[in-house]
Design a binder for this molecule. Structure first.
Ligand SMILES: C[S@@+](CC[C@H](N)C(=O)[O-])C[C@H]1O[C@@H](n2cnc3c(N)ncnc32)[C@H](O)[C@@H]1O
Length: 189
């Protein structure tokens, strides 16, 4: 995703739903100035321990003026958002015209790989979670249905259309890992 965004060095970037800051750190290693935003204080605590500059907040209501950033990234966010279109509009609001947005999300492999993916997410992940314990069973059981539900809501090119409706152009979608992951990029008009 970061390569796909083709950002000039020293870009000012908002990493939304930054979690523990994995993507933030990659962006920093590419020489960018990054703010990590997340709604979870606990997750941000780990991001800060890893060297992030953090902002507590929700993707649906960002605590920044319009056009504050050259680019914005978010990874594994939209599945958790109740109404993705207004949320996308809010993400677009804080990016300057001509700036970029990049996203990574889980996908659903098709064909024979789809059957294996289903077995992995419905049987292996919950079992592994049960074995690990400490709440991981719930996580292991949640992920597969959550991914399925998201792509039922956004079949075909409808997520691309939603990005365009939110004010982005040149929207691209790239499938990775046999369709198990996707990344998207777009440019603010
Ligand atoms: C699966 S984690 C991904 C973390 C990180 N992006 C990564 O790839 O490692 C999802 C993160 O999204 C955050 N999140 C979920 N909904 C959010 C929202 N509406 N606004 C801000 N953060 C949100 C959660 O707190 C969590 O840290």
């Amino acid at each position: 995703m970061i390569r796909g965004l083709r950002l000039p060095p020293n870009s000012r970037i908002l990493d939304v739903a930054a979690g523990t800051g994995e993507v933030t750190r990659l962006l920093q290693r590419h020489g960018h100035r990054v703010i990590s935003l997340d709604q979870s204080r606990e997750m941000l605590g780990q991001a800060v321990a890893g060297g992030a500059v953090a902002a507590l907040g929700r993707a649906e209501e960002l605590p920044f003026p319009r056009e504050s950033f050259d680019a914005l990234t978010f990874t594994y966010l939209l599945r958790y958002v109740e109404d993705p279109l207004p949320c996308m509009r809010e993400l677009v609001r804080v990016v300057r015209p001509g700036g970029s947005i990049g996203m990574v999300e889980f996908g659903r492999p098709r064909g024979a790989w789809g059957a294996l993916w289903r077995f992995y997410t419905r049987t292996c992940l919950p079992l592994a979670g049960k074995y690990i314990g400490h709440g991981w069973e719930q996580v292991g059981s949640f992920l597969g249905p959550s991914i399925d539900e998201f792509w039922r809501r956004f079949p075909g090119d409808s997520l691309i259309e939603l990005w365009e409706e939110a004010g982005l152009e040149r929207v691209t979608r790239t499938d990775m890992s046999l369709g198990g992951g996707i990344f998207m990029t777009g440019r603010k008009k």
